[in-house]
Design a binder for this molecule. Structure first.
Ligand SMILES: NC(=O)c1ccc[n+]([C@@H]2O[C@H](COP(=O)([O-])OP(=O)(O)OC[C@H]3O[C@@H](n4cnc5c(N)ncnc54)[C@H](OP(=O)(O)O)[C@@H]3O)[C@@H](O)[C@H]2O)c1
Length: 245
């Protein structure tokens, strides 16, 4: 039985993923903002087979709440061995271009809050010398694009942080997994027109869950995004800056 902490537990991708943990009989601790949704998700996970499900409500940008939340998780679970961090917001790029405070808020939610939370978690895991820290980043972090470079730069910051953290914690036997979804049909992307490259939270959750049970460091989900982003990353700058993406 794993003792799993899920941050941003009301996210559609997190909810689909945590159902796999519940089916495996794991003990779960959910952190999110909306108590009503956390209650409903916890009840559902209990029915699906979780050994125990507790939850804690906080706004992830309130950094003073991180330590009490981690203490509550440790108390409820009797220690933590797996963490999935899933919260995020998809910035309105155009609005961010006209409002620096909004841009900073997006960077805080998508990067700073996660880095802040991973800092005490990393120290705990390094000390206990086991565990897995998995974080949902995005393919958007692979190269800044005009359509979403505020969100993309937050995810790129996260990617670099996770790469360094992985190198550090590898020596302590702790895994750090970077998860990079492509286009997923969730509340975050409700306003987008869906096309052939889109997938469901259930589909990506299978790959995320598998990655937590194998030795993956960085996963793209669906897998083909690894190749799409490779092409985008390799595109010469002289071409890249002239196109719309
Ligand atoms: N959907 C995609 O196409 C896609 C692609 C690549 C990466 N991702 C990443 O996947 C992750 C999950 O997103 P999703 O697609 O599942 O979207 P989602 O269903 O909209 O979930 C976003 C979650 O973030 C939470 N959140 C936002 N700001 C918060 C804050 N200040 N404090 C606490 N929680 C906060 C939301 O809480 P509330 O329920 O309270 O609003 C919600 O649970 C995100 O990191 C996202 O960047 C998504």
């Amino acid at each position: 039985m794993r003792r799993v902490l899920i941050v941003g537990a009301t996210s559609a991708i997190a909810e689909a993923t945590v159902r796999h943990f519940a089916a495996a009989g794991d003990a779960l601790f959910l952190i999110g903002r909306r108590v009503d949704r956390l209650q409903a998700i916890a009840a559902d996970l209990g029915v699906r087979g979780a050994t125990s499900v507790d939850f804690h409500s906080m706004d992830i940008n309130d950094l003073d709440q991180h330590e009490p939340a981690l203490a509550a998780a440790e108390k409820a679970l009797g220690g933590i061995d797996t963490v999935l961090i899933a919260h995020g917001t998809l910035a309105d790029q155009n609005a961010c271009q006209h409002d620096p405070r909004l841009a900073i808020q997006e960077l805080n939610t998508n990067a700073v809050s996660t880095i802040a939370l991973l800092t005490p978690l990393a120290n705990r895991f390094e000390k206990q010398r086991f565990g897995t820290l998995a974080v949902i980043s995005s393919v958007a972090g692979d190269r800044g694009r005009e359509s979403n470079y505020v969100y993309g730069s937050a995810k790129a910051a996260l990617d670099a942080f996770l790469e360094g953290l992985r190198q550090r914690l590898h020596k302590a036997g702790v895994r750090v997994v970077t998860i990079k979804p492509g286009f997923v049909d969730t509340p975050m992307t409700a306003a987008f027109t869906k096309g052939i490259l889109w997938t469901s939270p259930e589909q990506v959750s299978k790959r995320i869950y598998r990655s937590l049970n194998n030795s993956s460091d960085v996963i793209y989900t669906p897998f083909y995004w690894r190749y799409i982003m490779l092409i985008i990353r390799l595109m010469p700058r002289v071409i890249f800056k002239a196109i719309r993406l």
